[in-house]
Design a protein around this ligand. Structure first.
Ligand SMILES: C[S@@+](CC[C@H](N)C(=O)[O-])C[C@H]1O[C@@H](n2cnc3c(N)ncnc32)[C@H](O)[C@@H]1O
Length: 322
């Protein structure tokens, strides 16, 4: 069996015998006015963080959701899209497809606005998405891509890039690791399937997204998620896993490198009313302007005595000067 087959078997069992907290720590799902989440669906919340960002789901986008699980996030996306076929959910495990379909039928009984036709569940996997090139506005996945080995993660990211329209968004939530995970744990296929040992570092994760062609990444949340403690996992040191919510945009990579927004701002403190770096960044005196990490570093090096750069908040939600 390959590790991908082990993962599929693991999720087939998880679909047939749902276990609260089986994979990922149970978090309270995003609540929205008029949205009721059936208990069965909530118990199958096998994700960390969220990929649903309400303030940018206007205009009923078409969403491709990879790895449907119990259907929770597909339902949350449907809340914004509200038309037949708006959410296309891809899932290789038949028992999981059946469970998600059942949960969505239950959701339709509790939510008058929701019709199960809003979410179409199709067989398929992250490496061969059964949709045309440049055909969807959003691709989303929660706690799936971290299971993939790096070469497969690159394939999945390239496939997501293919199906997105120009300007489209890849919305992801995954564990990342703050220290290298020993090979023995990485090779433990069950731990990997449980989102515990496949995580890579923040730097590797963002670089693979850029390598797939995405020109801009925004970090929506980064927080402690799980501890691989040294006693249980026979480690020299504890390993802290974090969960990372990100949105990557299918836009061209600028000549000087991709933009990654982590919540940094630049503040001009000089004697003029504003500062213009001549490269598209205008800072009003005393007003923090959101900047990507690349621009933050350039501005700080350019005028260290006049420009303050604030730390990453890891909660970036748009706006800024570039
Ligand atoms: C950790 S669960 C996350 C489920 C859901 N995103 C959530 O947040 O509850 C991973 C899901 O991806 C599915 N999956 C496993 N291998 C996959 C693959 N190669 N391509 C797409 N989905 C896959 C699993 O069956 C499972 O439904």
């Amino acid at each position: 069996m390959t590790y991908l087959e082990t993962a599929a078997q693991f999720y087939s069992e998880a679909a047939q015998t749902p276990q609260v907290g089986l994979c990922c720590v149970q978090s309270s799902p995003l609540q929205l006015p008029g949205l009721k989440i059936p208990r069965q669906m909530q118990e199958m919340n096998y994700g960390c963080g969220t990929t649903v960002h309400p303030n940018e789901l206007a205009n009923q986008p078409t969403v491709l959701y990879v790895g449907v699980g119990g259907g929770l996030e597909a339902l949350q996306f449907a809340y914004f899209c509200r038309r037949p076929g708006a959410v296309i959910a891809i899932e290789p495990v038949s028992a999981m497809r059946e469970a998600a379909q059942r949960n969505l039928e239950l959701a339709s009984l509790e939510n008058p606005w929701f019709d199960p036709s809003f979410v179409e569940i199709h067989p398929g996997d992250a490496f061969n998405l059964p949709v045309d090139d440049a055909s969807v506005d959003v691709v989303a996945q929660n706690c799936l891509f971290n299971i993939f080995e790096p070469a497969d993660l690159s394939r999945a990211l390239t496939e997501a890039y293919r199906v997105l329209k120009a300007g489209g968004r890849l919305q992801m939530s995954d564990p990342i690791t703050t220290r290298p995970i020993p090979l023995t744990l990485q090779q433990d296929e069950r731990l990997r399937a449980m989102c515990l040992s496949g995580a890579i570092s923040y730097e590797e994760y963002t670089q693979l997204i850029i390598n797939a062609g995405f020109g801009q990444i925004e970090i929506r949340a980064r927080r402690p998620y799980r501890l691989l403690d040294k006693t249980t996992y026979y480690l020299a040191e504890h390993i802290l896993l974090e969960s990372l919510d990100s949105v990557a945009f299918k836009v061209a990579i600028p000549e000087d490198g991709a933009c990654i927004f982590t919540g940094k701002t630049a503040i001009y403190t000089g004697s003029e009313s504003f500062f213009d770096d001549g490269a598209g960044h205008i800072l009003e005196r005393g007003v923090p302007a959101a900047v990507c990490d690349k621009t933050a570093a350039k501005l700080a090096a350019f005028k260290p005595e006049e420009i303050i750069v604030t730390n990453s908040t890891w909660h970036y939600h748009g706006g800024g000067c570039c």
